[in-house]
Design a protein around this ligand. Structure first.
Ligand code: NAD
Length: 441
């Protein structure tokens, strides 16, 4: 198989990038900074075209395209540019107690070589370019494989990345399973995969053949615990905004609500109002409301709509790939909608007597990518922090942690392996080398 658009075979491509790496060209700080500045320029020069591509693929409106894919990426790159020199500095270690006063030691960050970045379709620009920025900041060469399910975004990345970046160091391969399988047969020095756990396992098995380290940014069901006696209209507004953003196709979107029966009942009208505030009386006509990525995902989601009592929504249109923002109440733990990550605009409300049972409910299931809670009770916050495990824990504002480059972003258990963002991206794409110098004299 050759790479689409070029006669180059995957083995030749990887060999070419590896030979660039061996020249040492990607190591100097100046080269890394130049690539990051070029990525900034790409996003600034072509923001409008990128937003158009996201509209084509996902019917995403321009404001959400800018905040979700462009601004988040620019924030990450800006933060990295501001700190990269300091992050790369070797960290001295005092070894005088072991080897005497003339000995020195340090931890040094080495680039790995050629990395493979496999992106998903839901935030197709952010979720390929933020890992790419980390790989370049760490001094690597990279192959980027965008998702074929967001073809307009994939095409724009394939066109623009070579126009802005060092083409001896960065290549884009478009395509689906066949092209990714061919790439995965090659030896990379790191593979960074974002997507679902089934493919995550395929990636990890292929990587094992070459002992290649992997980062797996996966998904799962991120619960939201709502405590008694909180301001439910404020909670409903934040829940609706983060759940129905991109029609629920966000890896860290709230998946389901866990709360006591009284709060659940009071939350229902608050959610109806919050959804109407966001999308008006007919979300199908709202320019702010996205569509489902394809008919296969539409059919999967349509089959989940009967999983509980319909509070609001439920309307669908297969041709238009439209599913209304939907809230389901009295959802049983064994209902279909509770068996898999929803990744769509359906919000189930599950009731539990209180915090003990909520913690038990969470701990009996896969470790989520994020756990959220609306509570003003410090003991509740401490108990959730101490007694549960999740990629991230957010109080008061779902999704927001991904906008903080100082925080690691990643999952645990079924929700992923490894983390990135900010300095964590640079450590992910580097080897921490131990350096010891014991003079002879
Ligand atoms: P997807 O279908 O676009 O797949 C992701 C990538 O895997 C694509 O590039 C695709 O070409 C490749 N791929 C698909 N099948 C393959 C195979 N058999 N062999 C090799 N490669 C293959 O994306 P998706 O998986 O539908 O994305 C949705 C999932 O991703 C959800 O579970 C979501 O939670 C998760 N996700 C996680 C994050 C995160 O940062 N943790 C971000 C976004 C999405």
């Amino acid at each position: 198989m050759s790479i689409p658009g070029t006669p180059e075979q995957p083995a030749d491509l990887v060999a070419r990038l590896r030979s660039t790496f061996r020249t040492g060209r990607t190591r100097p700080l100046e080269w890394r900074i130049r690539q990051l500045r070029q990525l900034q320029a790409l996003l600034t020069d072509h923001g409008g075209e990128i937003a158009d591509a996201l509209h084509t693929d996902l019917r995403r409106n321009e404001a959400d395209a800018r905040s979700g894919d462009i601004d988040n990426t620019l924030r990450e790159i800006g933060h990295t540019l501001a700190h990269l020199e300091e992050w790369l500095r070797p960290r001295p270690v005092d070894v005088s107690g072991i080897f005497g006063p003339t000995a020195t030691a340090a931890t040094q960050y080495d680039p790995l070589g050629v990395v493979l970045i496999i992106g998903p379709w839901n935030y197709p620009v952010q979720l390929t370019l933020v890992p790419l920025a980390g790989a370049l900041a760490a001094g690597n060469t990279a192959v980027v494989k965008p998702s074929e399910l967001a073809p307009a975004a994939s095409a724009i990345l394939a066109r623009l990345l070579p126009a802005y970046l060092d083409t001896d160091a960065v290549a884009v391969v478009e395509g689906g399973v066949e092209e990714t399988t061919a790439l995965l047969a090659e030896r990379f020095d790191h593979i960074f995969y974002t997507g679902n756990g089934t493919v995550g396992r395929i990636v990890m098995k292929a990587a094992a053949e070459h002992l290649t380290p992997v980062t797996l940014e996966l998904g799962g069901k991120s619960p939201v615990f709502v405590d008694r006696d909180c301001d439910l209209s404020a909670i409903a507004a934040r829940l609706a905004r983060t759940k129905f953003l991109n029609a629920g196709q966000t890896c860290v979107a709230p998946d389901y609500v866990l709360t006591d029966p009284d709060t659940a009942r009071a939350l229902e009208p608050a959610l109806i109002e919050a959804i109407a505030d966001l999308y008006g009386p007919d979300p199908a006509a709202s320019p702010s409301y996205s569509r489902i990525i394809n008919q296969r995902h539409f059919d999967r989601l349509a089959a989940l709509l009967d999983s509980g009592r319909l509070v609001t929504g439920g309307q669908r249109d297969r041709e238009d790939k439209y599913i209304a923002p939907t809230v389901l109440a009295a959802v049983k733990p064994d209902a279909p909608v509770m068996q898999e990550e929803i990744f769509g605009p359906i919000l189930p409300i599950v009731t539990v007597p209180g915090l003990d049972e909520a913690i038990d409910f969470i701990n009996k299931r896969d470790k989520p990518l994020a756990l959220y809670a609306f509570t003003e009770n410090e003991t509740t916050k401490q108990r959730l922090a101490a007694e549960t495990s999740s990629g991230a824990l957010g109080f008061g504002q779902p999704i927001a942690h991904l906008r903080v480059p100082e925080l690691p972003f990643g999952g645990v258990g079924e929700s992923g392996l490894g983390a990135y963002h900010g300095q964590y991206s640079v450590t992910t794409f580097s080897h921490r080398k131990a350096r010891l110098d014991v003079p002879l004299g």
